[in-house]
Design a protein around this ligand. Structure first.
Ligand code: ATP
Ligand code: FE2
Length: 327
């Protein structure tokens, strides 16, 4: 069975192709970026409309197969930006109609977790999902993927992007902050905000802006301190969730998890508690179609497809709204 997965929750339009043995056939994407300023939903939507056909064409070209070889079409149903989600859904519907094959809508966050399980050795992990819009600690418990901790305001990626924007850097800002942070070891105290297993970034954001405006601090030092602080918060809540759930595997997911400093801190925490840290390839930690294709296959095998005529996007779907029927 071969599945084409389409991702379009936010800045990335992606098409992935995988078979039910887990053989990766293609994972192509095109992301909307800016030189200055953050993501505009309408512009991201227009970007997706513009690149959709080419990305899908490239995926088939890379895989060396054609649309007619596909047995199933999956797409990101949510959570995400509604204008962007609609582009992916319409494309998926169009293709499913064309080849008269089943369609299935997928929860984007769960797809991050399942692709990590498929491509690493981990079995029953706590997922630290650190992306642009989402920051969640997720683990399987009682038939659902439950959120044990999460951000009370921004996702950590959006927070980093916001800070970068304030410094006049473009989008995505995470990698730019990372580069600046490498140039410093001078820690400047920032608020550290962990409440139980939840985290919050807005106070840190305000504090950072005040420090930038004061002109008293070097951006390298602020970038370094910003990373050290917010990553320590993420590692703390991930560790607490691992202890609470009695799990000894940590899996990373989301674009911010590509950050080598965050990875280093996670590995250290796991080592100290005799647990294992699993880091999938960057190409499936950032938003991608491959994870949507894989989640499509495993869900289709357990619950079948969705109805093409009344399927819709779910911009606000939460990880724990989904009944896990496949494990
Ligand atoms: P989601 O829809 O899953 O919430 P998303 O659409 O924002 O996420 P991702 O590709 O998972 O997409 O993550 C993008 C985020 O990752 C951006 O905020 C970007 O700044 C951040 N990012 C990417 N690479 C790095 C890095 N090396 N260090 C820190 N942040 C990074
Ligand atoms: Fe994502």
């Amino acid at each position: 069975m071969i599945c084409l997965g389409i991702e379009s929750t936010a800045h990335t339009f992606g098409a992935g192709i995988i078979n039910d043995k887990g053989k990766i056939l293609a994972n192509v994407k095109d992301s909307y970026t800016t030189e200055k300023g953050g993501i505009q939903p309408t512009e991201a939507k227009n970007h997706h409309i513009k690149v959709a056909d080419q990305v899908i064409y490239d995926a088939f070209d890379f895989a060396g197969i054609s649309l007619e070889d596909v047995d199933l079409i999956s797409f990101s149903q949510g959570p995400g930006l509604a204008p962007c989600l609609i582009v992916g859904m319409e494309k998926a519907k169009e293709l499913a109609k064309k080849i008269k094959k089943p369609i299935i809508g997928i929860n984007h966050c769960i797809a991050h977790l399942e692709i990590g399980r498929a491509l690493t050795e981990c079995k029953n992990p706590v997922l630290l999902y650190a992306s642009g819009a989402n920051t969640q600690i997720i683990a399987y418990d009682g038939g659902k993927y439950r959120i044990f901790g999460e951000t009370l305001d921004n996702g950590v990626g959006n927070f980093l992007d916001g800070f970068a924007r304030f410094l006049g850097l473009g989008f995505p800002g995470g990698p730019k902050i990372y580069e600046l942070a490498l140039k410093s070891k001078n820690y400047i105290e920032l608020p550290y905000v962990v409440k139980g297993m939840d985290v919050s970034f807005s106070g840190i954001q305000t504090n950072l802006k005040q420090k930038v405006d004061s002109g008293k601090f070097k951006v390298e030092d602020l970038s370094y301190s910003c990373q050290e602080t917010v990553f320590a918060m993420l590692v703390e809540v991930a560790e607490r969730a691992m202890a609470h759930c009695e799990k000894d595997e940590l899996l990373l997911g989301g674009g911010v998890a590509c950050n080598l400093r965050l990875q280093e801190m996670c590995k250290k925490m796991c080592e100290e508690r005799n647990a294992k840290c699993f880091i999938p390839p960057n190409g499936v930690m950032v938003d991608n179609g491959l994870m949507i294709a894989w989640e499509g296959i495993i869900e289709y095998k357990s619950r079948g497809g969705d109805n093409l005529n009344n399927i819709d996007i779910k911009p606000y779907e939460r990880t724990d709204d989904v009944k896990v029927t496949w494990r």
